[in-house]
Structures are given as C-alpha cells and as structure tokens.
Design a binder for this molecule. Structure first.
Ligand SMILES: NC(=O)c1ccc[n+]([C@@H]2O[C@H](COP(=O)([O-])OP(=O)(O)OC[C@H]3O[C@@H](n4cnc5c(N)ncnc54)[C@H](OP(=O)(O)O)[C@@H]3O)[C@@H](O)[C@H]2O)c1
Length: 242
C-alpha cells in the first residue's frame, strides 16, 4: 500500500488504458482514490472507482477542453493530475511529416498544457494540487529519430517547472518523472530496446510497477516540499551514455 497524501482523492490520468498509466491507476484505486482515465480505448479493468474518459489527445487544445467539459458535467474536480499519455514516431527529421509532428506535440505537450490550464484554478481554490508529468530521458539525451518526441517531453518538463514556481504558494506541486526504458508496448516498438542489457547498467528494463511507483512518490505524504524537479529512473542509463 502506498503512503499517499490524505488530500489525494480524485485523480485524472492520461494514458491509463495500459502501461505505466494503468499501473499508477491500479495502485491509486487500491489506495482508495477515485480515478479518471483518459485514453482513446478503455482498459480491461473494471472497478467502481475507475472511470474511463474517452478522448484523442491528438486534437491538442480541443481535447483538453472536451475532457474538462465532461468532468464538469459530472461535477468532478481532480486534485491530482498525472500526465502520462505519450506518442512517438521514430524518424529522421526530413521524414517527420506535419501530421506526425503535430501528433507528437499535441499528445505529449499541448493537450497536457490545456488540462493543467483549465484544472489548476480548482486546485488553487482548494489550496492543494499534485501534478506529475511522465517525461523521458530522451528530453535530455539526443537519439536519432526522436527529435519531436524529445522536444515535446522537454517542453512538458519546462512547463511544469514554471507551474511549480507559479503555484508553490497555493499548495500545488508540479514535478516530472523521466524513465529510461520500461517494459510496455511503447518500448517494444523502439529501435534502441533490441539489446538493452548492454547499455543499461542495471541490465534490464524497469517494470511498470517501478515506473508507477516513481510517479506516486510525488503524491506521497512526505513529498510536500518537492516541487519543480524531475526524477530520472533509468537504471543508470544516463550515467552510461558518453
Ligand atoms: N515505456 C518506456 O520505455 C518509456 C520510456 C520513457 C518514457 N515513457 C513515457 O511513459 C508514458 C507512458 O508510456 P507507456 O510505456 O506506458 O506506453 P503504452 O503502454 O503504449 O501506453 C500509452 C498510453 O497513452 C495513451 N495514448 C497514446 N496516444 C494517445 C492519444 N492520441 N490520445 C489519448 N491517449 C493516448 C494510450 O491509450 P490509447 O492507445 O487507448 O489511446 C495508452 O494508455 C509515455 O508518455 C511515454 O512517452 C515510456
């Protein structure tokens, strides 16, 4: 059982139909939270406190607005946001066509900015909020073919650092987690995961539970003073890169 802050009760998670987001959702349900999961398709899990909010974040600002309208209709005002949905198109820059550019920027960055912009006033009124972005080590470590993905994740981290400054006095913390490689459908598609044991000092990928636990750290009872930071959890990968 995680040692959650007692004000963490209603959590909105993007990208919670599978992978890291779903694992975080399951841990939060277990801890007694009500969890609202945004994704295009629902997860296979059923629970009275698990609610699917269908949305395609590729619509950027519009999807953020639609999600918030749906929440408002239901009288739901999340105290916690986990921004976990992610999209990547691995291709060199000339092959990153406008739809793939916009898809990566919208899913990883723009839709999340809009969700924060619309939901933070409620957190301010209640003088409590927890916001965690799921970034990537790619935000800092260049890899060929990942330019838009890296830029959108770096943007998300920078955005959350500024939010941390703006809302620190309102009891709202904003942080990011930057995983290296986590065993999910997402990483299975990546070129670099073919022979990880040689490049990751720990010698394996992280499990989804390990990645979810890093996210949940920021929702913990003892994390009030932690804001504006990024927790890298990569099994030492960034140490090993020359
Ligand atoms: N796995 C890794 O090695 C790794 C490493 C570093 C960072 N990350 C980051 O961790 C986060 C979670 O990744 P994961 O590994 O758990 O991936 P995953 O298992 O593929 O899950 C991705 C989630 O994002 C949702 N999503 C994708 N596109 C969406 C869209 N257009 N609209 C709404 N939801 C969308 C998916 O739901 P639907 O398809 O149902 O919409 C799914 O719930 C991502 O932000 C990723 O960049 C992962």
């Amino acid at each position: 059982m995680i040692d959650l802050h007692d004000k963490v009760k209603q959590v909105l998670i993007t990208g919670a139909s599978r992978g890291i987001g779903l694992q975080a959702a399951l841990s939060l349900l277990h801890a007694g939270c009500r969890v609202y999961c945004v994704s295009r398709s629902p997860s296979n899990h059923a629970h009275d406190n698990l609610h699917h909010i269908p949305a395609d974040l590729a619509s950027g600002v519009d999807s953020g607005a639609e999600i918030c309208a749906l929440l408002e209709e239901r009288g739901v005002f999340p105290d916690t946001l986990i921004l976990c949905a992610g999209a990547i198109t691995e291709a060199l820059i000339p092959k990153q066509d406008p739809p793939s550019i916009m898809n990566q920027l919208n899913v990883n960055f723009v839709a999340h900015v809009e969700l924060v912009r619309r939901l933070i006033p409620h957190m301010m009124r209640h003088r409590f909020g927890r916001i965690v972005g799921v970034s990537s080590t790619a935000a800092r470590q260049p890899a060929p073919g990942q330019s838009l993905y890296a830029a959108s994740k770096a943007g998300l981290e920078a955005f959350l650092r500024c939010c941390a400054m703006e809302f620190a006095r309102k009891g709202i913390t904003c942080n990011s987690v930057a995983p290296g490689y986590v065993a999910t459908e997402f990483s299975a598609r990546l070129e670099a995961t073919k022979d990880l044991s040689k490049v990751v000092p720990v010698g394996r990928m992280a499990s989804v539970q390990e990645a979810a636990d890093a996210v949940l750290f920021f929702l913990g009872r003892h994390s009030d003073y932690v804001t504006g930071t990024t927790l890298t959890m990569d099994g030492g990968l960034s140490l090993a890169v020359k």
